[in-house]
Design a protein around this ligand. Structure first.
Ligand code: RB5
Length: 146
């Protein structure tokens, strides 16, 4: 695994438990992480947390972001409002891999109410281990921001 990556992580209440499991997993693999909240199960607003992580990735203090909510969708929609963020919500390992190889995704969104813990961790592992292929894909990514 590429351990040069550090992660900004956050969830709302709908993703709180899966976020904690992901943090435990990443720490067990010696990755550096920062948890931007939420810190308990009280109802809260996912856009606030998505914005924290999007800004953390754009600041370049963190290489990658992880956002967890009920479905992953609200987090994805919010994070993608930020120019330079490519947030994805893959529900299988193939899409997780392609989202990096072709789209250079920099935020992974996961849905606690959609994915079991086992699949969520496999998607995360696949996403971390995938490598952007550049070349023609870089040109297309540049076109997104133009
Ligand atoms: C919260 O109930 C839920 O709407 C949120 O976690 C997320 O799934 C939104 O996309």
């Amino acid at each position: 695994m590429n351990r040069n990556i550090n992660f900004a992580i956050a969830s709302d209440h709908g993703g709180f438990e899966l976020k904690n499991k992901i943090i435990d997993y990443l720490k067990s693999k010696n990755f550096e992480i920062k948890d931007f909240g939420t810190y308990d199960k009280s109802s809260c607003d996912y856009p606030y947390y998505a914005k924290q992580v999007a800004n953390a990735v754009l600041s370049e203090e963190f290489k990658k972001g992880i956002l967890v909510c009920g479905t992953g969708i609200g987090m994805q929609i919010t994070a993608n409002r930020f120019k330079g963020i490519r947030a994805v919500c893959p529900n299988n390992c193939y899409c997780a891999r392609m989202s990096v190889e072709h789209n250079n995704s920099n935020i992974l969104c996961l849905g606690q109410r959609v994915l079991g813990e086992g699949l969520a961790v496999e998607i995360l592992e696949t996403w971390i281990n995938s490598v952007f292929q550049g070349e023609r894909h870089q040109k297309r990514i540049d076109m997104i921001d133009e």
